[in-house]
Write a protein that binds this ligand. Structure first.
Ligand code: ADP
Ligand code: MG
Length: 231
């Protein structure tokens, strides 16, 4: 099930903000690689650089130094236009603040990335995802008519239905109750196994981190440890 081919590789990533007295080394020489189908949990205290790392891995921000390779594509070398298309097809993002489009229904939000590529969704898979996330009755609702937890589940469905190679998630269960969190983690594990998707998920929840294949601990902008959890 788990193959050894590296799908995501960061080499000597640095991200510095400010200068002189106010220099912040948000990332300070981070190198890591994640194999296809792996579920990696990124853990560490607040301010340690986790979100900065995730943004670099997804090409949402440019590192001060270092490189990121996604499926052997060096993303710094892509044009802005190619990177946008690449991200939409190969990377699914789940943000803390959902980032749903307010004037589109839940259904329209979920299929938007697929439609932007001129494709149609795998209906059977989409139905499965929607049932798993208990969103069946919410499809025609607008984000403002959904609770925070429901909006987050719509954002998760949107990241999953295009079956991207990599899912990058920044505390996706932070606003969910424990039962829904559990369903989300199950779903992410299920899709990662079924579709050989790689998941990199920032989490503060030790129970969720313990269920990952590998834990990456970030401290002061550096990788302080990477390994399998012994549970
Ligand atoms: P985490 O997600 O682990 O809480 P972040 O990656 O958000 O940490 O932040 C890492 C460090 O970089 C923090 O000290 C934060 O204040 C700083 N930082 C993040 N973004 C910026 C920015 N745009 N400008 C200046 N400093 C920033
Ligand atoms: Mg963060």
């Amino acid at each position: 099930m788990l193959q050894n081919n590296v799908v995501l590789k960061a080499s000597h990533l640095k991200k510095y903000y400010g200068r002189g007295e106010s220099l912040v080394k948000a990332l300070d020489d981070v190198s890591l690689s994640v194999s296809r189908g792996m579920f990696a949990a990124v853990v560490g205290t607040s301010g340690s650089g986790k979100s900065t790392l995730l943004n670099m891995l997804g090409g949402l921000d440019v590192p001060t130094e270092g490189t990121v390779c996604v499926e052997n594509n060096e993303i710094e070398k892509m044009s802005e236009e190619n990177l946008t298309v690449f991200r939409r097809k190969r990377i699914g993002f789940i943000f803390q603040n959902y980032n749903l489009i307010p004037y589109l229904t839940a259904y329209e939000n979920i299929v938007l990335p697929i439609r932007l590529d001129g494709k149609s969704e795998d209906r059977k898979f989409m139905q499965e995802v929607i049932e798993f996330l208990e969103l069946e009755t919410k499809m025609q609702k607008y984000p403002s008519h959904l609770s925070g937890g429901q909006q987050q589940r719509v954002a998760i469905a949107r990241a999953l239905v295009s079956k991207p190679a990599i899912i990058l998630a920044d505390e996706p269960t932070g606003n969910l109750d424990s039962r829904t969190s559990d369903a989300v983690v199950k779903l992410l594990k299920m899709t990662s196994e079924t579709f050989a998707q790689t998941i990199v998920m920032i989490t503060h929840n030790p129970d969720i981190a313990a269920r990952a294949d590998v834990q990456i601990r970030i401290e002061d902008g550096k990788v302080a440890g990477q390994g399998r959890d012994e549970d």
